[in-house]
Design a protein around this ligand. Structure first.
Ligand SMILES: NC(=O)c1ccc[n+]([C@@H]2O[C@H](COP(=O)([O-])OP(=O)(O)OC[C@H]3O[C@@H](n4cnc5c(N)ncnc54)[C@H](OP(=O)(O)O)[C@@H]3O)[C@@H](O)[C@H]2O)c1
Length: 341
């Protein structure tokens, strides 16, 4: 089968950073599905692993953790899907990614593709939806019932990116929260408003000062998607006493943060890493498949909208490299996809 892989960790400016490769088509066993990949999306994790691939990983390392496709065959222990089912999923970062014609995936991590969405639009959704959903509804335990959230608000830092674009919708449409989102450009600000954000502030300014500028009161929840260390002090300023903060991005070694800032307000700080369940094979890893099925229904009902904004053409090394360039620029608005004809 055709695939795109990483042989060596090279900067995105190097034309050889990603390479077209030919690999044996894998065979499904146990709880694995073999999926014929129809479309993939790209996330910052792809660029991070491309740059970290040098040391301990097998070569070529196949990236890609956002897939929409069709079940081709199944391992003997599968019970949730049948051949021909249309599926979408993010997958397992410890395994080969989906930038290939066929891909093996544990069925517990897989959801039924939204019927009303094309493969391209569906491929934009899984990784970011899982991240935003787990962060808000599981790690911060935000009720999904708007009646329970009356008067409550959330700050979403990095509102127009992949995760922010679905997080705004989940916070607004499912939880009924007042949503304060951050964006730094007119087009990303407009996009966040279209997705349901009530108030926009600029993350290039000090967020606490932005709250004063727009006259916004302290928030119950903060979902910090970009710039953990940069926004640390402001987050301590603008969160309510006994509020909850969820982080998804590491701080750099040269950017220590002072956790004590949150003690006076008894803030609960939690992490979300959407690969935790697959990486540790937790007993509840099937929750990700269930979660994707719920997202799928919400997309079909029109409660949520897909977040694909760009198409980078057919999946090959040259086009995928252009996608990595875009992701590394830090200016994504929504999601981009590539397809397999
Ligand atoms: N832990 C997990 O499970 C998990 C899952 C998914 C992603 N992640 C990580 O979360 C981060 C975000 O992912 P993503 O897919 O949403 O990325 P993305 O789509 O590349 O995010 C792009 C957005 O970031 C905004 N941004 C840029 N600099 C910012 C800053 N200093 N402060 C706030 N926002 C800023 C930009 O807004 P403007 O253009 O308006 O400036 C842009 O819209 C990445 O580091 C990714 O690796 C973690």
């Amino acid at each position: 089968m055709k695939a795109v892989g990483v042989h060596n960790s090279l900067p995105v400016t190097d034309a050889n950073a990603l390479q077209d490769v030919e690999l044996p088509t894998p065979k499904a066993s146990g709880r694995q599905l073999l999926v014929r990949v129809r479309a993939v999306s790209v996330n910052p994790v792809d660029t991070k692993i491309r740059m970290a691939a040098g040391s301990r990983l097998e070569f070529p390392r196949i990236l890609g953790w956002d897939c929409a496709g069709v079940v081709e065959s199944l391992g003997g222990e599968c019970s949730l899907f049948k051949a021909g089912d249309e599926v979408f999923y993010a997958g397992d970062v410890t395994q080969a990614g989906c930038d290939s014609e066929f891909h093996l995936i544990d069925e517990r991590l897989v959801g039924h593709k939204p019927k009303k969405l094309s493969f391209d639009d569906a491929a934009a959704m899984p990784l970011t939806s899982i991240t935003a959903w787990e962060a808000m509804f599981e790690r911060m335990n935000i009720p999904r019932d708007p009646k329970q959230n009356q008067g409550r608000s959330i700050l979403i830092i990095g509102g127009a990116g992949g995760v922010g674009s679905i997080a705004i919708q989940l916070a607004k449409q499912l939880a009924g929260l007042r949503v304060i989102a951050t964006a730094s450009r007119p087009e990303t600000e407009q996009w966040c408003k279209e997705l349901g954000a009530d108030v926009l502030i600029n993350h290039r300014e000090e967020i606490a000062e932005e709250f004063q500028r727009v006259g916004e009161a302290a928030v119950d929840y903060i979902l910090c998607l970009v710039g953990t260390a940069q926004h640390w002090r402001s987050m301590a300023d603008v969160i309510k006493p006994q509020g909850k903060l969820c982080l998804i991005v590491d701080t750099e070694a040269n950017q220590p943060v002072n956790i004590n800032l949150f003690k006076p307000k008894s803030v609960a700080i939690t992490w979300e890493f959407m690969f935790t369940r697959s990486r540790f094979q937790t007993p509840d890893m099937g929750e990700q498949g269930e979660l994707l099925n719920e997202v799928s229904e919400l997309l079909d009902k029109g409660v949520l909208r897909h977040t694909r904004t760009e198409h980078f053409g057919v999946l090959n090394a040259a086009n995928l490299l252009k996608a990595h360039v875009k992701l590394e620029s830090g200016t994504m608005l929504g999601k981009l996809v590539l397809n397999l004809p």
